[in-house]
Write a protein that binds this ligand. Structure first.
Ligand code: ADP
Length: 207
């Protein structure tokens, strides 16, 4: 975040004299408290200043870089997730390929008859299955999928950065967002490298 001239001045005053009340900052700048209020609110929200009731403002000592990292860590899965595309574990590899094209996704999540997560199908899983001479309409996806319990999952409250780290570490493109059920996981969303890229771009566009 770029600070304007007045915000820089406020920051310097708080660095030099903090803890200091809004009233006293205003006096030093020859401005009214009301004029300063929006700038103080911005500096507090952005994390440069902290406000304590009856004490005043003080400088948090955080650099722009630290504040940026703080902001990234606060990004949650639920704010960036997409709708999951799921197929039943008994559908054929052929039908899964058709679904992948129709739904325009790179990863399908596979569920059992109780709609609980059973596996994951990536593009290459389906390509590999297509290499042989097998009849693709006759092979169910549960033969070729990566299956539970080896599926990396995440929750809507997880930090997006933690999920991004796992995608890199496990060398996968997507993770299902799940809700814990008695007998397994219900799939409620999807996080892919595209979601992470969008989140990255949104950071730059934030005011
Ligand atoms: P691709 O295979 O098309 O490059 P991925 O890198 O996502 O796509 O998948 C690599 C392998 O990891 C595949 O065999 C896939 O089934 C598996 N996989 C994909 N997502 C997950 C996940 N969330 N948890 C565990 N395994 C996964």
């Amino acid at each position: 975040m770029e600070l304007n001239k007045r915000q820089e001045q406020i920051l310097q005053i708080v660095k030099d004299y903090g803890p200091i009340t809004g009233e006293s900052i205003a006096e030093k700048l020859n401005l009214t408290r009301a004029t300063l209020r929006p700038d103080l609110a911005i500096l507090t929200m952005a994390g440069y200043l902290e406000a304590r009731p009856r004490v005043g403002y003080f400088y948090t000592g955080k650099t722009g870089k630290q504040l940026f990292a703080d902001k990234m860590k606060k990004m949650k899965v639920e704010d960036y997730q997409s709708i999951p595309v799921v197929v039943n574990e008994n559908v054929s590899v052929y039908d899964a390929i058709v679904t992948m094209f129709l739904e325009d996704v790179g990863t399908l999540f596979v569920v059992d008859d109780e709609s609980l997560l059973a596996g994951v199908l990536s593009r290459k899983d389906l390509l590999r299955a297509s290499l042989g001479k097998q009849e693709l309409t006759a092979i169910p996806v549960n033969i070729i999928m990566t299956r539970m319990p080896n599926i990396a999952v995440c929750y809507k409250d997880d930090s997006l950065i933690d999920v991004a780290e796992q995608l890199i570490e496990k060398q996968i493109d997507a993770m299902p967002v799940v809700r814990k059920r008695e007998k397994g996981y219900e799939v409620i969303g999807r996080i892919t490298k595209t979601n992470i890229t969008k989140a990255f771009v949104s950071l730059a566009k934030e005011d």
